[in-house]
Design a protein around this ligand. Sequence first.
Ligand SMILES: [Zn+2]
Length: 155
Amino acid sequence: MKLQRLHVTCAQCGQDSSVSVMPDGVHGQFVLRSIGSLEEAFLNAVQDPTYDEVEHLINHSRRLIGKDNWFRAHALQRTYGEIACDPDSTGSFFNIGKLPNCPKCGHATLHSWRPMSPVQFVDRDIAPVTHRAWHALSEAQKAFRVDDVLEARGF
Ligand SMILES: [Zn+2]
């Protein structure tokens, strides 16, 4: 897949480096990352049925009664990786929309990031997210899991 390179500066070690992220304007495709490692996992939300499944459960969760569509979409993006995706090798949950950790020291907080100038792209393969734990749940357990994660994340 085609990723865009960003120039980043780390908030922890202060070093400059570069990372690659999904370019703006790509619909429904995400690179998931955790705070615990430099591992990445690819999600094509248009083709992965678990995304629609979690979206449906979130839209019907009693925790989000009375919330508007924007808020529900926000809750879905914030919780989907923890709800339905297997964690990385360190046990940390993958998240949609998380910037990469610093490639130099592994710290999860970047001080700044901006596109390379001129704009640069790289072609990389990233393994898709897996859903072994999610698929092992019953329908009732899936609904409980959605509510549990929503609660834990403050929704
Ligand atoms: Zn660093």
